[in-house]
Design a protein around this ligand. Structure first.
Ligand code: NIG
Ligand code: FE
Length: 423
């Protein structure tokens, strides 16, 4: 299929964008793109591609921006239950960490997730997966972490593997058995840390290797935070995971700086995420290491907090910054990357172009998929959005509505309803 006459075709070509280079959209006015077999075959002006490929099926994208699908590199997509009561408690003055210490928070979702059969867990997750796909996310990272015991953690991973196979949304799993200390280990957090290292990680690896679809290893992530895993425990888990060949991620500096970002840099983690309380030295360490700095502005927004990731410092240090949603039932039930972009512009001072690059090619780098997705380049996956607007700056400028008219995933077109036929 040849998509043509796009008012702006955003190619984002040239690889992940470090520091001051962030925001190079590679705009082709009156642009066109040819794909077949799920892959991008040619990119150029409408004039050039129409002449070169006169016989291809055509789709007119006049007055529309055409851009790569959003990549969301950090979500907790799979859970059961909800925590609306906690939102009310927070509005009444309790803090997230207080609620967590009192046995609510993550542990309340753990109780609901452990109790849910796989069909129920999958049904709840599928609804959210469709919702984010319709808002333009074509690839999403999704974590376990609401089981905190092997069987439920594997059930979460199984849901993700099944939905990835059944839906157009591409789902990249992470094992977050180290999300918090489960109730049965409250008195002995170190014993749970040892259990993760000695039993859960090897079992997850075995499960991947013996799974019918021969899975590649997921990321291993740790919530390095007061009330969850301290720095020494985070190091123990990540080093054990690295030894087993897992790629690494970390939740660092969401509420307190325990040194998690520095640890990520030292261990060569693919990304360090949240980074709200990160020190200047840790920002430099991340930038030098090549670990992607993933900012999740929906989290402070969702918690009504003032502080956000120091994006300017990351860019001044020539760091590689990405944006994600952190979609989860506790701090940020929002997987809409258009809202993430609008928020990052206002709360972190990004331009629309910087936020778009952070949510596409740089987000792809945060899940090690920069060679397959996140930009328009020959041979990459045909993951595209057709927006209802003719200028990319409407992303960021506008918020609270869906600007996506159609989503194309691996070359298959999904129109978003009667009112939103492709241009
Ligand atoms: O990224 N920080 C840890 N995990 C989530 C919150 C999960 C929850 O509250 O259920 C986060 O904010
Ligand atoms: Fe998270």
């Amino acid at each position: 299929m040849l998509i043509h006459s796009a008012s702006q075709l955003l190619t984002l070509h040239g690889g992940p964008q470090h520091g001051k280079k962030l925001g190079e959209l590679g705009i082709i006015p009156n642009g066109a793109l040819l794909f077949n077999g799920g892959k991008i075959r040619a990119i150029g002006s409408t004039h050039e591609l129409m002449a070169a490929f006169p016989d291809e099926e055509r789709l007119d994208a006049g007055n529309c921006v055409v851009m790569p699908g959003f990549v969301d590199p950090h979500t907790h997509l799979v859970w059961a239950g909800d925590r609306s009561a906690e939102f009310e408690m927070r509005q009444e003055g309790k803090s997230y960490l207080d609620i967590m210490a009192a046995g609510g928070g993550i542990l309340s979702t753990v109780r609901a997730t452990r109790a849910a059969e796989i069909t129920e867990l999958k049904a709840q997750t599928r609804l959210r997966a469709w919702e984010i796909f319709q808002h333009g996310t074509t690839t999403v990272e999704a974590k376990s972490g609401y089981g905190l015991e092997l069987s439920t953690e594997l059930r979460q991973l199984e849901v993700l593997v099944q939905l990835d196979a059944e839906m157009p949304l591409q789902i990249v799993p992470s094992f977050l058995g180290a999300h918090t200390i489960p109730e049965e280990f409250t008195d002995n957090p170190q014993a749970y840390t040892d259990l993760i290292c000695e039993q859960m990680l090897p079992a997850v690896k075995d499960w991947c290797q013996s799974h019918t679809s021969h899975l590649t290893l997921p990321f291993v992530d740790v919530f390095c935070e007061q009330g969850a895993f301290d720095l020494a425990q985070s190091r123990q888990i990540l080093e054990a995971a690295k030894e087993l060949g897992f790629p690494l991620k970390i939740h660092a500096d969401e509420f307190k700086n325990l040194g998690g970002a520095n640890l990520a840099a030292e261990l060569g983690a693919v990304s360090a995420d949240h980074l709200v309380k990160t020190s200047d030295d840790d920002i430099l360490a991340l930038a030098e290491s090549g670990t992607v700095a993933v900012s999740l502005p929906c989290t402070p927004f969702g918690l009504g907090e003032k502080d956000y990731t120091a994006s300017k410092k990351i860019l001044d240090a020539n760091g590689l910054m990405a944006l994600g949603s952190d979609l989860n039932p506790g701090t940020a039930w929002c997987g809409n990357m258009q809202f993430v972009i609008a928020l990052a512009c206002r709360a972190m001072g990004l331009t629309p172009a910087q936020a778009i690059a952070s949510a596409t090619i740089n987000a792809a780098a945060a899940i090690n998929l920069q060679d397959q997705i996140g930009s328009f380049e020959k041979g990459k996956q045909a993951d595209l959005l057709i927006l209802k607007v003719d200028d990319y700056r409407h992303l960021g400028y506008r918020f609270g509505i869906n600007l996506v008219r159609a989503v194309i995933k691996k070359g298959t077109l999904f129109n978003l309803g009667e009112e939103t036929q492709p241009c």
